[in-house]
Design a protein around this ligand. Structure first.
Ligand SMILES: Nc1ncnc2c1ncn2[C@@H]1O[C@H](COP(=O)(O)OP(=O)(O)O)[C@@H](O)[C@H]1O
Ligand SMILES: [Mg+2]
Length: 294
């Protein structure tokens, strides 16, 4: 069965997308895993990190984006239904086994969603909050269910912030990984995330487990960086922090211009080497977390 892994941090610009596409590529190319990237961000950064805007435009024209599946699942779509297998784009960047469920700049319409939930609540004589929670519970689970067995790992690239679809994706995940920068403001996003996950756990809506926290853009070691690291280590425990840190490396950012992850675009770059190491550690940590041992 495929493990669904949320790559999540409430804060933007911390390396979520970069970690998602590079780990996904290494898993498929170097370990022959069957991998699905799910782009949950309306800024479609993960999608545009593995395909050109032209290819994305073609997919959008064919309605092969997450939006179609979201709308179908909440019964808001008016077009011909598509199965997730038809929506997924296979072997991206020429890597066999590396698939993507493309994002969409207009993932869902908040107003339409509220109206639909209200109609459902009235029809089922349930209160609005209960109906909302039900939609949250099933939305991403239902979308991924038909293909979950086809993959070893499904990596979900999160947008910053918190909304119905991000909570639904957390509820559909077995595990989560937090990309972070060792900066004071990064800690705020992590605190918020942890409190949201705690809330969902407390009302038994998820048994999601943390794989670990990974530093994504190591700069010059400074006092500030060390202080943040001490704080996060005290909070999560050393076993929950990845030993591999991704260095700040211009090749990582430059690879995006060619619509490729750095591990393909420039395999010898320091950032690419670090992502290969991070992937090896990811697999070890995943196995340990699943077995329940630290
Ligand atoms: N190790 C790195 N070295 C240099 N630039 C990086 C590195 N990691 C990420 N970036 C760049 O930083 C920016 C933010 O990263 P991104 O992965 O998009 O963050 P998020 O998805 O959390 O918003 C992007 O422009 C990305 O190319
Ligand atoms: Mg992103």
């Amino acid at each position: 069965m495929g493990y669904v892994v949320s790559i999540v941090n409430m804060k933007g610009g911390v390396g979520k997308t970069t970690v998602t596409v590079n780990i996904a590529t290494c898993l498929a190319r170097d370990y022959q895993k069957r991998v699905l990237i799910v782009d949950l961000d309306t800024q479609v950064n993960a999608t545009l990190s593995v395909m050109s805007p032209l290819d994305f435009a073609k997919l959008k024209k064919e309605r092969r984006t997450l939006k179609t599946l979201v709308n179908q699942t909440i019964q808001a779509d008016i077009g011909q239904p598509l199965r997730i297998q038809e929506v997924i784009y296979r072997d991206v960047c020429g890597v066999p086994g590396l698939d993507i469920l493309a994002g969409d700049v207009e993932l869902f319409d908040d107003y339409l969603l509220s109206a639909l939930i209200n109609t459902k609540a009235i029809a089922n004589q349930q209160n609005y909050e209960k109906t909302w929670n039900r939609v949250e519970n099933y939305l991403m689970r239902m979308i991924l269910k038909p293909v979950i067995r086809n993959y070893d790992v499904i990596l979900i690239d999160f947008p910053p912030g918190d909304n119905l679809i991000t909570r639904s994706a957390v509820l559909a995940s077995h595990l989560y990984l937090i990309p972070a920068r060792a900066e004071p403001l990064s800690v705020v996003g992590i605190g918020l995330l942890e409190s949201r996950i705690k809330q969902l756990r407390e009302c038994d809506r998820t048994k999601i487990k943390m794989i670990g926290l990974a530093y994504t853009a190591r700069g010059q070691a400074s006092n500030m960086e060390l202080k943040v690291k001490h704080r996060l280590e005290a909070e999560f425990g050393p076993a929950n922090i990845f030993a591999t840190e991704i260095p700040q490396n211009v090749d990582v950012a430059k690879a995006v211009e060619d619509y490729q992850p750095v591990v393909i675009n420039n395999p010898k770059a320091p950032g690419a080497r670090a992502f290969r190491k991070l992937t090896a550690e990811f697999l070890q940590k995943l196995a340990k977390t699943v077995r329940g041992k630290k």
